[in-house]
Ligand binder design. Structure first.
Ligand code: PEP
Ligand code: MG
Length: 837
C-alpha cells in the first residue's frame, strides 16, 4: 500500500519465520549481491503479492517473479534456494508476465514437500532489485502471516525517475552448481562459459569464495580459481536471464576436454639420481637422439616512460590485431587438418586476446605513460600472478598460455621476426615452451622437446602428444646449462634426458626407432584386411567414433565397422534438441562413411559425467548412480522413442545395430524390444535391426546369460564396468592408475559375460578403452571376446597383435589370470606370456 507519493509498505507474501538476508543459505543472496531484502522460511504453499503492481518478469520455471510496485520499486520474489533445478516441477503460476496484481493476490502455488526434499532450502527471499532508488526498512523480524506488514520501502530521492514499463533489465535468475570440468574452470572450460554467456543479452556472473567475475572475462573467470567439484553461484541479469542461466548451468556441468580423459599428472620435479641423466615427467612419449639446442626468451629493456599515449594505444591495437589474424590462420589450418585439440587451444588464445580485463589493464598502464610493450607485459604478468597464486597446478599451467600471448604481441611490437634457426632433428630445450612455439618447432621438424618447467597437462603437452613429438617437462634448470649442440638421448616415455650417451647407445636408439617405424608401416599396410589369430579365429576390429568425420577416418584406417557410435556427442554443441530428421541424417552420414560395414549406434547416454546443453537433467546427489543411460527413458520416454524412430529410418537398416547403455535388468531390455517392435510396425518395417546390450554394470555381467536370451549381442563397456566394479571414479585423478580394467575381478565378469552369451549363441564385443590396449588383446580373445571396438589410430596395431596370437593358447593362459590378486599382477603375467616389444 503506498504510504505517500513514493514510500510503500510491503505485506508478507508468505507465512513463517522472518530471516535477515545474512542468514539465507546462499552466498549470493546472503552477500546482498542481488540487492537488499529479507527472507521468510515458509509454512504455507502459496506466494502472495506483497503490494499492488505489475508482474514484470516471471521465471520460466515458475520459482521466481519480479513485481514493479506503483512507486517504481522492483521486488524479486524467489521461492526456495536452487529451486530452478526443479525445472518448473512443483510450481503452478497463477499470474502471467505483464499482469496487474493487487496486494495479497495469490501469485504462485508450490509443492512445499517437494522443495523441502529436493532443493537446498525452502527459505524464500524478497529482494529490492532497484536499491539505487529506494532503501529498505524491516518492519517485522519474528514470524509473519501472509498480509501482515513486513518491510517499508522508502524512496532515496523525492522524485525518483520511473523506469520505463518495458524495461525488464532487472529480471534476473540465479542458481548454484557444482563444477564438473576436469581440473576446474581453466582456460578451455572458461572459454566455453564465456561463449555460452555471449549467446544471451543478459549479463552473467560467477561468484565463488567471496569473489565475483563477469562471464565476459576469461581471465576474470580463471582468476576465481574454481576447482573441479567446487560449488559456484551463477547469476544472470537481463531479459533472457532464465535461458542464459539454463545454458550456463549446462555448460558448467559438462565434463569436457582432454583433462576429462587423461589422468591429471602434476609435474612434481623428480629427483635426478642417475649420473649423466636428468629426470623429468613424460608429456609425450617417444625415443629420439640428436643435438640439444636451447631457446632463449625475449627480454625487454627498461621503459623510459612518458610516451605519447595515442601512439602507444595505436601500436598495441595493431599488434593485437596482427596476432589475432595470425591465430585465425592457425585455427583455419587446424580445422582443415581436423586437429580438434589444436583448434580448441588456439580458439581460447583468441578469446584471451580480446579479454576485457587484460585490455583494460594494458590501456590503463598506457594512459599513465607506459610503453605499449611494458603495459602489455605487465597486464599479462599480473594475471599470471593471479593464476599462479591460486596454488592449483592446472591453473598455473594456463599462465603458460598467457605468456605465449605476451611473447607473440611483444615480438610484433618490437618488430622481431619469429623463426627459430634450428636444424631438423634437433632436441629443443627451453625454460618453458608455449603452444605457438610448439607449432613453429614442429613445422621445422625438430625431434623432441625438453623443458625445465611445465606440466604434463599443459596445452603444449597436449599438442606434443597430438603431433607425436616426444616431450619431457619439469627437468629442472640444469637442462638450460647443457652446452649448445651436445648430443643427447631423449627417452620421453620414461621422462629421461641422457646427457652423455655413448656411440653404442646412439646406435641402439636408431635401431629401435627404425624397427618401430618399419613395424608401423607394415601394420598400416595390413590394416584393411580382416584379422584372425594364427589358429584361424576371426576377430572383428571395429572403431569407436563420435561423428561421421571420425567414422571416415576409421574407415580409412581399416575399421571392420563402427563398434560404438556415442550419439550423445553428435549434438554436443547444440543449445536445442535435434529433431527426428536431423538425427536420422546424422546416423545416415555415419553409415554412409563406412562403406558396406555395419555400424553399432548406442542410444543416448547422458547423465553422470555426460551432460548436454539442450537436455538439462535434474540435479542428483550421486549422478553417476542416477538416471543415466537407458534409465533416462524412465523419465523422458519420448526422447528415446524419437531416437529409435530416427534409427529405424536409416538405410540399409541391416547395417545398423542398436546398442542400449547402462542396462541392469532384463525388463529394461524387454521393454525397449517391445517398443522397437511397435515402432517397426508403425513404420511398416518387416524386420527390426539387431538389438544389443552394453555390459557396463556388474549386475549386467552377472546376468549376461539371461540378457543374452533376448539380446542379439553384448558389448562390454570396460570404462564403466571398472568404475562400478572397483568403486573408483573413472575420472578420479588420484585413482587413475588403479582404475585398471585388467583387474582380475573384471576379467571374471568378462569371462562370465562370454560364457552366458555363448549359451545362446550370441557374440560379445568390448567397446571400452581396454579394447585399445594391446596388452589386453590376448586376454580378451582368450576369454571369448570376438569383436574389439578401438580408437581409430589403434586399428592397425590391434589387428597386427591378433594375427600373432594363438587363440587356444590365449584361452588356456587367460584362465590362470582370473586367479591372480591384482591388475598389476595380471599386467605382469600378460607381458610375460605375450610380450609387447
Ligand atoms: C564404457 O563405459 O566402457 C563405454 C564404452 O561407454 P562410455 O565410455 O561412453 O561410458
Ligand atoms: Mg559407459
Amino acid at each position: 500500500m503506498p504510504d505517500n507519493n513514493n514510500d510503500l509498505t510491503l505485506s508478507a507474501p508468505l507465512s513463517g519465520p522472518v530471516l535477515t538476508l545474512g542468514n539465507v543459505p546462499d552466498d549470493v543472496f546472503a552477500s546482498g549481491a542481488m540487492g537488499d531484502g529479507i527472507a521468510i522460511d515458509p509454512l504455507n504453499d502459496c506466494l502472495h503479492a506483497p503490494c499492488a503492481g505489475v508482474v514484470i518478469h516471471v521465471a520460466r520455471t515458475g520459482h521466481a517473479l519480479t513485481l514493479r510496485a506503483d512507486n517504481g520499486a522492483e521486488v524479486l520474489l524467489h521461492v526456495g534456494i536452487d529451486t530452478v533445478a526443479l525445472q518448473g516441477e512443483g510450481f503452478a503460476l497463477l499470474v502471467k508476465e505483464g499482469s496487474r496484481v493487487s496486494n495479497g493476490q495469490a501469485l504462485v502455488r508450490f509443492d512445499l514437500d517437494r522443495i523441502a526434499r529436493q532443493c537446498k532450502s525452502l527459505v524464500s527471499v524478497i529482494i529490492l532489485t532497484n536499491g539505487e532508488q529506494f532503501e529498505l526498512r524491516p518492519v517485522a523480524l519474528n514470524t509473519v502471516k501472509v498480509g501482515e506488514a513486513l518491510l517499508r520501502i522508502v524512496a532515496r530521492q523525492p522524485h525518483a525517475q520511473q523506469p520505463s514499463v518495458n524495461d525488464s533489465s532487472q529480471a534476473h535468475a540465479s542458481a548454484r552448481i557444482r563444477i564438473a570440468h576436469r581440473g576446474g574452470l581453466h582456460a578451455r572450460p572458461a572459454a566455453l562459459i564465456r561463449k555460452t554467456a555471449q549467446g544471451f543479452s543478459s549479463q552473467s556472473q560467477l561468484h565463488f569464495a567471496g569473489k565475483s567475475a563477469s562471464c565476459d572475462s576469461l581471465v576474470g573467470l580463471m582468476g576465481l580459481g574454481i576447482g573441479e567439484q567446487d560449488e559456484v553461484q551463477v547469476t544472470c541479469r537481463g531479459k533472457d536471464c532464465d535461458a542464459a542461466l539454463q545454458a550456463l548451468i549446462a555448460a558448467l556441468s559438462i565434463s569436457t576436454g582432454e583433462e576429462a580423459h587423461t589422468p591429471v599428472t602434476v609435474a612434481a620435479r623428480p629427483v635426478n639420481s642417475e649420473a649423466g641423466v636428468l629426470q623429468g615427467v613424460c608429456a609425450a612419449p617417444g625415443l629420439v637422439c640428436g643435438p640439444l639446442l636451447r631457446l632463449n626468451t625475449l627480454q625487454l629493456p627498461q621503459d623510459p616512460g612518458n610516451h605519447v599515449r595515442d601512439e602507444q594505444l595505436q601500436q598495441l591495437d595493431s599488434a593485437l590485431e596482427q596476432v589475432r589474424s595470425e591465430i585465425r590462420n592457425t585455427l583455419e589450418h587446424a580445422r582443415q587438418r581436423r586437429a580438434a585439440e589444436e583448434e580448441d587451444i588456439f580458439a581460447a588464445h583468441l578469446v584471451l586476446l580480446e579479454d576485457p580485463t587484460l585490455l583494460e589493464a594494458a590501456t590503463a598502464a598506457i594512459e599513465q605513460g607506459s610503453a605499449a610493450t611494458h603495459a602489455w607485459r605487465d597486464a599479462i604478468q599480473a594475471q599470471c600472478a593471479v593464476l599462479l597464486g591460486l596454488g592449483k597446478p592446472l591453473f598455473a599451467e594456463r599462465a603458460n598460455d598467457l605468456r605465449d600471448l605476451q611473447q607473440r604481441v611483444l615480438r610484433v611490437l618490437l618488430g622481431e621476426t619469429w623463426q627459430f634457426e634450428l636444424p631438423a632433428g634437433a632436441i629443443v630445450a627451453a625454460h618453458e615452451l608455449t603452444p605457438s612455439d610448439l607449432l613453429q618447432l614442429s613445422a621445422q621438424n625438430v625431434a623432441g622437446l625438453c623443458m625445465a618447467e611445465g606440466g604434463a597437462t599443459s596445452h603444449v603437452a597436449i599438442l606434443a602428444r597430438g603431433k607425436g613429438l616426444p616431450c619431457v617437462v619439469a627437468l629442472g634448470g640444469e637442462v638450460l646449462e647443457v652446452p649448445q649442440g651436445q648430443r643427447v638421448v631423449l627417452d620421453a616415455a620414461n621422462g629421461r634426458l641422457e646427457l652423455t650417451p655413448d656411440d653404442a647407445r646412439h646406435a641402439q636408439v636408431h635401431q629401435i626407432r627404425d624397427a618401430q617405424k618399419q613395424r608401423r608401416q607394415q601394420q598400416q599396410a595390413q590394416a584393411q584386411a580382416a584379422a584372425s589369430t594364427r589358429d584361424g579365429v576371426g576377430i572383428e576390429v571395429a572403431a569407436n567414433v563420435a561423428s561421421s568425420s571420425e567414422a571416415q577416418i576409421a574407415f580409412e584406417n581399416g575399421a571392420d565397422g563402427v563398434g560404438l557410435l556415442r550419439t550423445e556427442f553428435l549434438f554436443v554443441d547444440r543449445r536445442t534438441a535435434p529433431d527426428e530428421q536431423e538425427q536420422r541424417q546424422a546416423y545416415q552420414a555415419v553409415l554412409d562413411a563406412m562403406g558396406d560395414k555395419s555400424v553399432i549406434i548406442r542410444t543416448i547416454d547422458v547423465g553422470g559425467d555426460k551432460q548436454l546443453d539442450y537436455l538439462p537433467l535434474p540435479v542428483e546427489a550421486n549422478p553417476v548412480l542416477g538416471l543415466r543411460g537407458i534409465r533416462m527413458a524412465q523419465v523422458r520416454p519420448e526422447l528415446l522413442d524419437q531416437q529409435l524412430r530416427a534409427l529405424l529410418q536409416v538405410s540399409p537398416l541391416q547395417r545398423c545395430r542398436i546398442l542400449l547403455p547402462m542396462v541392469s535388468e532384463v525388463d529394461e531390455l524387454l521393454h525397449i524390444r517391445r517398443r522397437l517392435d511397435e515402432l517397426c510396425a508403425e513404420l511398416e518395417l518387416t524386420q527390426r535391426p539387431e538389438l544389443g546390450v552394453m555390459i557396463e554394470v556388474p549386475a549386467a555381467a552377472l546376468m549376461a546369460e539371461l540378457l543374452a536370451e533376448h539380446a542379439d549381442f553384448l558389448s562390454i563397456g570396460t570404462n564403466d564396468l571398472s568404475q562400478y566394479t572397483l568403486a573408483m571414479d573413472r575420472d578420479h585423478a588420484g585413482l587413475a592408475a588403479r582404475v585398471d580394467a585388467l583387474h582380475p575381478a573384471l576379467l571374471r565378469l568378462i569371462a562370465q559375460t562370454c560364457a552366458g552369451a555363448a549359451k545362446h549363441g550370441r557374440w560379445v564385443g568390448v567397446c571400452g578403452a581396454l579394447a585399445s590396449d594391446p596388452l589386453a588383446t590376448p586376454v580378451l580373445v582368450g576369454l571369448g571376446v570376438r569383436e574389439l571396438s578401438v580408437s581409430p589410430p589403434q586399428i592397425a596395431e590391434i589387428k597386427d597383435r591378433i594375427r600373432h596370437l594363438d587363440a587356444t593358447q590365449c584361452r588356456q593362459l587367460s584362465q590362470g589370470l582370473l586367479n591372480l590378486g591384482s591388475a598389476g599382477a595380471v599386467r605382469q603375467a600378460c607381458q610375460h606370456h605375450w610380450p609387447l616389444s
